[in-house]
Design a binder for this molecule. Structure first.
Ligand SMILES: *[C@@H]1O[C@H](CO)[C@@H](O)[C@H](O)[C@H]1NC(C)=O
Ligand SMILES: *[C@@H]1O[C@H](CO)[C@@H](O)[C@H](O)[C@H]1NC(C)=O
Ligand SMILES: *[C@@H]1O[C@H](CO)[C@@H](O)[C@H](O)[C@H]1NC(C)=O
Ligand SMILES: *[C@@H]1O[C@H](CO)[C@@H](O)[C@H](O)[C@H]1NC(C)=O
Length: 577
């Protein structure tokens, strides 16, 4: 990368270089070029040239490979110089069944081994020579590789490989129990590719015992910073060759600047204006395109219990309250004219049906309500009808306990010989659109025969979808997990609760002390307890005093509990609590 490029403005801390649909996405040459790796093991497709071009398009200019670097089955001596900028691989490196003579990974400092080949190896090099002829891999140009954080090394059956197998791998591999399997390679060469230079610098096994990691000399003063990996050129966190955990603008740190930091004055964790997100081993102030913020990390997709939301222009993962939204296609789509036994299962857990109408005209005999739709919260009703329930003699109630909105389209309920409860529902509460009308024809079960089928007394006057306190439209008093209750666990029971919005019972923070005869908390936070179960730090109840929490200025805060179980700061000269 030349200097002209590096003066271009950067959108984020990171130069994200992604290859999606064969085109370059964002190219901002400011910091590190991060590229996704692969996980194909040994499969290959297409011609040799195609294979080579694929690898070149994927890795040209990359500095950090997020994932595995796999180079396999390249039969000719192609030019691989495009790999020479790679500095770090977060997964494994696999070099197998190739016929080229050298692999120019001279800048590679660290293989993290976050994923391992055959679950054991961070570096695997085997069968790199052709059946006929005398070419094949001669040198592993890994002159700068001095750290393998997880996993071992396998270099076997490389007939002509004479530099590399003889390296002192014990100095490079961090895990002393990781396998180092080296056999059937070429004659011993003298060091790597430059016999006159020191082979590779030894940065672990020669260190003074105090070092607890890597060093740049043998004296106890020559220890690298504890956050360094691969070695260093001096004792500071900015002198590392690679970072053990995270690279925050050149300094190696145990964690990226957190979104919440401890404020010494208010005893609170507060939003950090200088927070960064962890993206692989780098701290970035913005996640790259295609990535979503999940807590303090950039992820490619939210975990199953979270959903993606847009907040202040940023895509974030947020915990779903209850089931995560599952949008299902309604009837009216080409291949789905009705709901029947062949497709009913695909509606399980749907919270939204996107489609025209829920047109239910036949129903399995053994089901006496529509409770497979019990998670359905919204019917959009983009055509004339939103909900049509007709001629189902087996159902005795609708059972649509989560339904809170009918956006548009009329409701039509007719000729259900045993249906009750639907007439108790205050339909106008559910309606949003102008076209909504409700047609409940009198040819359902006669109202007089439904006299015994009343809503649970815990339901409010808005009605219910069926019998029991979990079928109410809303509750007379309080609710817990969608079921109406007479009271929350204010004074007894575990966990103790307080009444949240809409009369929902919400658990007190686990650090609140259980009170007898009075409430234990006034809100959900650890600072809303009436008393603490364990320790108190300012207004907050805690299980342990803050030790080593970030104060946002590179300092760490340590506290100890005093006799009253209050957290007090350690003397400022203490560094470890
Ligand atoms: C090893 O890294 C140093 C520093 O980045 C670089 O100058 C040198 O060229 C690298 N060695 C090889 C063989 O690429
Ligand atoms: C940290 O990242 C910067 C670019 O963002 C890079 O120049 C530097 O070499 C990295 N440092 C380490 C130790 O990986
Ligand atoms: C429905 O949701 C429940 C609770 O999250 C889950 O256990 C179940 O596997 C889901 N069923 C389907 C078919 O998605
Ligand atoms: C039904 O709900 C609407 C809107 O919330 C309200 O105005 C109306 O009074 C309710 N009807 C009954 C019978 O409770």
């Amino acid at each position: 990368m030349d200097t002209a490029e590096t003066t271009q403005p950067c959108l984020s801390d990171i130069l994200y270089f992604s290859i999606l649909n064969g085109s370059y996405d964002v190219f901002l040459p400011c910091v590190s070029v991060v590229c996704p790796g692969t996980q194909n093991d040994l499969s290959s497709t297409g011609s040799q040239e195609h294979q080579y071009n694929l690898i070149r398009d994927r890795y040209d200019g990359c500095e950090i490979i997020m994932g595995n670097l796999e180079i396999t089955q390249i039969e000719s001596n192609w030019d691989f110089s495009f790999l020479k900028r790679i500095r770090e691989v977060t997964g494994y490196v696999l070099i197998v069944m190739n016929h080229f003579q050298e692999i120019p990974l001279g800048q590679l400092r660290i293989i993290r081994g976050n994923s391992l080949y055959e679950r054991r190896f961070a570096l695997s090099v085997f069968f790199n020579y052709p059946k006929d002829g005398s070419n094949g891999l001669r040198q592993l140009g890994l002159a700068n590789l001095t750290e393998i954080l997880e996993g071992g090394v396998q270099i076997i059956n490389n007939k002509y490989l004479s530099y590399g197998p003889w390296i002192y791998w014990q100095d490079i591999v961090r895990d002393n129990s990781a396998p180092i399997d080296i056999h059937n390679n070429g004659e011993r060469g003298v060091c790597w590719e430059y016999p006159s230079l020191l082979c590779v610098s030894v940065t672990k096994t020669v260190c003074a015992p105090q070092c607890n990691g890597r060093c740049f000399g043998t004296s106890p003063r020559d220890c690298c910073h504890i956050e360094c990996a691969a070695g260093c050129k001096g004792p500071l966190d900015v002198d590392c060759f690679a970072c053990r955990h995270f690279n925050d603008s050149g300094a190696c740190v145990p964690q990226c600047p957190q979104t919440l930091i401890y404020n010494k004055q208010t005893f609170q964790m507060e939003t950090n204006p200088n927070a960064k997100y962890q993206y692989g081993s780098i701290c970035v102030s913005q996640c790259p395109t295609h990535f979503v913020v999940d807590g303090s990390s950039c992820v490619s997709a939210c975990p199953p219990d979270k959903m993606e939301v847009e907040r202040e222009g940023q895509r974030q993962c947020e915990l779903c309250s209850g089931l995560c939204p599952k949008v299902c296609e309604g009837t009216g789509a080409e291949h789905r004219q009705t709901v029947d036994s062949s497709n009913i299962d695909s509606f399980i857990n749907c919270t939204k049906i996107q489609g025209n109408i829920l047109n239910i005209q036949s129903w399995p005999k053994e089901l006496n309500d529509l409770s497979v739709f019990s998670s359905l919260t919204t019917i959009q009703g983009r055509s004339r009808f939103s909900l049509m329930v007709m001629r189902i003699s087996t159902i005795t109630s609708l059972g649509l306990r989560s339904l809170r909105e009918i956006s548009d389209g009329s409701v039509y309920i007719s000729q259900n010989a045993n249906l009750c409860y639907h007439h108790t529902v205050n339909w106008t509460q559910l309606f949003r659109g102008r076209r909504v009308r409700v047609n409940i024809l009198n040819n359902n079960r006669p109202l007089a025969d439904c006299a015994g089928n009343v809503c649970d007394p815990l339901c409010s006057d808005s009605g219910c979808w069926g019998p029991g306190p979990d079928q109410c439209l809303s509750c007379r008093d309080y609710s817990r997990d969608g079921t109406c209750v007479g009271s929350c666990s204010f004074y007894t029971g575990y966990p103790r609760e307080f009444a949240g919005p809409d009369g929902k019972c919400v658990a007190c923070h686990p650090e609140c002390k259980l009170q007898q005869g009075k409430v234990s908390c006034t809100g959900q936070g650890a600072d809303e307890c009436v008393a603490c179960a364990n320790l108190r730090d300012g207004p907050y109840c805690m299980s342990s005093c803050p030790t080593g929490v970030n104060d946002g200025q590179k300092g760490l805060i340590f506290k100890y509990p005093n006799r009253e179980s209050h957290c007090e700061p350690c003397h400022h000269t203490c560094t470890q609590g």
